[in-house]
Design a protein around this ligand. Structure first.
Ligand code: ASP
Length: 328
């Protein structure tokens, strides 16, 4: 049996976090060296050759275009390198869904790319990082992991990065998957896929953006007026994602202001502040008449990532933006 060679890209996060006490709440994300994580993993006797490469050592709340670009370059290189079989990215959980989705949109599906995080710092009692990391190695080493797009391993679940979202601030079982359920269950001993790879041979859907356009998320609240929309246009927003109520709704004056923004060439996508569910076209808001776009299955954070990629690529008209969101 040949041992898979896996590039491990470290970015920081709680999986590499350390605190001053195993029972305290305070900790610093990204304090632990990637080498330390890998040395621990080696002691578990997993059959994989892990090649560490630090990209950053930060909490993922601070991740931005520079780290995303570095990750994209490292992944693209590894996908072209016949000596590398798969890629694991250790990542904070706060924005794992954004990084995962951005890479999913901009990389081909030729080798497994697996993000992994943890909810408890490495030195906390009951830490989940090593278990999750071992599970990620199990997934990345598997022949059937190719052709599924970027994945996220959290706990014993393997989720598609397109569908994963953080749904709890501190519970260990913090991630949910919508609209599709998990791709597989995994433990260090066993991996069960729930279906065959559905994206085999797919090229990158979009070019990696040369810069990130300013795309803002505006959360709707009862009784709000249109001034936040005007303020976003005032600071040069190139796109707006509404985290609306219910089916992507907002007070009438806000929807009218968003329609004016769309008419001025700033694409507007209606997502929902509700935890889960599709936002469809023309339900309570007349998207056809107002030039707005429905986010469909994407929540606000991921809708913003897709809209940034589209705007960076010069795609701003409502019909083309809607087609990209429909392709979900
Ligand atoms: N704030 C941390 C981060 O995203 C939380 C975590 O990793 O769980 O880096």
């Amino acid at each position: 049996m040949t041992i898979p060679r896996i590039l491990v890209l470290g970015t920081g996060g709680t999986i590499a976090g350390a605190g001053s006490s195993a029972t305290g709440a305070a900790y610093r994300p990204g304090d632990l060296a990637l080498e330390t994580l890998i040395t621990h993993l080696d002691t578990l006797g997993l059959a994989a050759d892990l090649v560490p490469q630090d990209v950053a050592k930060i909490g993922s709340q601070d991740i931005g275009w520079a780290e995303w670009q570095a990750l994209h370059i490292a992944c693209a290189r590894a996908l072209d390198d016949p000596a590398i079989d798969a890629i694991i990215i250790t990542h904070g959980t706060d924005t794992a869904e954004e990084t995962g989705f951005l890479l999913d949109l901009t990389l081909p599906t030729t080798k497994p790319v697996v993000l992994v995080g943890a909810m408890r710092p490495a030195d906390a009692v009951g830490a989940d990082g090593m278990r999750n990391f071992a599970n990620a190695v199990k997934v990345a080493s598997d022949a059937q992991a190719t052709g599924r797009g970027v994945m996220l391993v959290m706990g014993d679940a393997v989720l598609s990065a397109r569908d994963a979202r953080k749904a709890a601030t501190s519970a260990i079982d913090a991630f949910r998957s919508f609209p599709r359920g998990p791709l597989a269950r995994v433990s260090p001993a066993r991996l069960d896929w729930f279906g065959p790879p559905n994206r085999a041979g797919e090229a990158a859907r979009y070019a990696f953006p040369a810069a990130l356009p300013r795309v803002a998320i505006l959360t709707a609240g009862a009784g709000m007026d249109e001034q936040p929309v005007e303020a976003l246009l005032g600071i040069g927003a190139k796109g707006i994602v509404l985290a609306g109520m219910g089916q992507g709704n907002a007070p009438r004056v806000v929807i009218e202001a968003l329609a004016r923004a769309a008419a001025s060439g700033v694409p507007v996508v209606r997502a929902t502040r509700v935890d889960e569910g599709l936002v469809d076209r023309n339900v309570e808001v007349d998207d056809d008449a107002l030039g707005l776009v429905a986010a469909r299955a994407l929540g606000p954070a991921k809708a913003r990532v897709l809209l940034m990629v589209l705007v960076a690529g010069g795609v701003t008209d409502a019909a083309s933006v809607q087609a990209a969101f429909d392709a979900g």
